[in-house]
Design a protein around this ligand. Structure first.
Ligand SMILES: Nc1ncnc2c1ncn2[C@@H]1O[C@H](COP(=O)(O)OP(=O)(O)OP(=O)(O)O)[C@@H](O)[C@H]1O
Ligand SMILES: [Mg+2]
Length: 391
């Protein structure tokens, strides 16, 4: 699948933009702050319903305007699809597929994107929440149905937390305890599905991550990953830096039917502390994706360059998995400001790694940083305008 044409209205610093894109590599080039990332962010939005830079849509709407529109004509193997989303400053966003109104969450069924940007360094160095989001986003891209399970879990979690909070400190009434029991069951039922789906995803992603890291950094470097489960006693959200790898807490494959039992046991185990603290202490919302480089946790141990390569490997691995498993074909691979960070040999290796994806979008402030074999179709961006496209 490729994006053949992109139209923007009042998106970020674009009043309007019309951009033709080709199969294979497309390079957006221009000085800092001109709108290169904004363009690829718009395409990423269609695939993920979010921005890789901000958590709400407000910043995506051109300042002073009430709504932004992103429209893309996609070429799938047999047919064209026209996607459109309107982001509204007040009120719900709207979406269309082939000019028929749909729920925005339908859009990612038609377009898959994998975007790598400097912000992704936080995948390796940042909080567990970023890694959970990474896993869940990929899960939903591969299995759209899981979006509903994740949303339901969030809702149950919020309601369970408010019950715990209201029972906190006070003498807990019997009626509250029995209501809590009902929420426990929902939590376990939905949470176990998420835990199993993530574990299964991690085991499919693993070989791709190892291969991608080796591809960038060379042989002899082993990148690995495992899900750390709070129901098995891991407490990633309570610690600054992981201490060591505790195999007891790790899940690298699908845990199967034991998950729900383990979850129930864990809920019983932490009942007292949950009532004391007024929050839900175990479940997929407290798990982490442990990233391991040469046997050590990447977070807190890996160097800047290693962390950068690991984050890039996670994204390349996502692209490889989507390519292998997604019914809509290759994801659009987006590399935002990546080449400037890499030395000559890593640039060449990355160019090889992404060379045969159906479509790759690259941004660069300096065209010379982009390997020549990728720089065929360049599009010059200046002050929120597409000023020139060279074939
Ligand atoms: N909602 C908005 N309304 C108007 N302008 C915006 C909005 N959001 C961002 N901008 C402007 O867009 C510009 C940044 O664009 P972008 O991040 O795409 O730059 P870039 O070309 O990728 O630069 P760099 O090379 O530094 O990464 C900034 O000047 C910023 O002020
Ligand atoms: Mg940029």
């Amino acid at each position: 699948m490729i994006v053949a044409h992109l139209s923007l209205i009042d998106f970020r610093n674009y009043e309007t933009a019309e951009v033709d894109l080709v199969a294979g590599p497309n390079v957006f080039v221009g000085s800092n702050g001109q709108g290169k990332t904004n363009l690829v962010e718009a395409i990423g939005y269609l695939g993920t319903l979010g921005s890789h830079r901000v958590s709400t849509d407000q910043a995506l709407i051109r300042s002073g305007q009430d709504a932004a529109i992103v429209r893309a004509r996609l070429e799938h193997a047999e047919r064209d699809v026209l996607l459109e989303v309107q982001l509204n400053r007040t009120g719900a966003n709207r979406a269309q597929v082939n000019r028929v109104p749909v729920k925005p969450r339908e859009l990612p069924r038609h377009i898959a994107t994998v975007l790598f940007a400097p912000e992704d360094l936080a995948l390796v160095r940042g909080e567990p929440s970023g890694r959970r989001r990474f896993l869940d986003q990929l899960l939903v891209q591969l299995t759209p149905r899981l979006a509903g399970v994740l949303a339901d879990y969030d809702r149950v979690l919020r309601q369970r937390n408010s019950l715990l909070k209201s029972a906190r400190g006070a003498r807990v009434a019997q009626s509250q305890l029995s209501t809590l029991g009902l929420w426990d069951e929902r939590l376990v039922e939905l949470g176990s599905q998420i835990i199993d789906a993530r574990a299964d995803l991690a085991s499919r992603l693993r070989p791709h991550v190892t291969a991608a890291y080796e591809g960038i950094a060379g042989a002899g470097h082993v990148a690995d990953l495992a899900v750390e489960l709070s129901i098995l006693g891991a407490q990633p959200d309570d610690e600054g830096v992981p201490t060591a790898l505790d195999p007891e807490n790790l899940s690298t494959g699908s845990a199967g039917s034991r998950t729900a039992d383990d979850f129930r046991d864990a809920v019983a185990r932490v009942r007292r502390s949950e009532l004391d603290r007024g929050i839900t202490l175990v479940g997929p919302h407290r798990d982490d994706l442990m990233l391991v480089l040469n046997g050590l946790p990447a977070r807190g141990y890996a160097s800047h360059g290693e962390s950068w390569s690991f984050a890039l490997s996670l994204k390349l691995a996502s692209a490889a998995l989507l390519r292998a498993e997604s019914p809509i074909g290759d994801p659009v691979v987006v590399l935002d400001d990546v080449f400037a960070e890499l030395d000559e040999s890593r640039r060449a290796q990355l160019a090889t790694a992404i060379g045969d994806y159906e479509q790759v979008l690259i941004t660069a402030a300096v065209l010379d940083d982009v390997p020549a074999e990728l720089a065929g179709h360049t599009i010059r961006i200046s002050a929120g305008r597409v000023v020139e496209a060279a074939p």
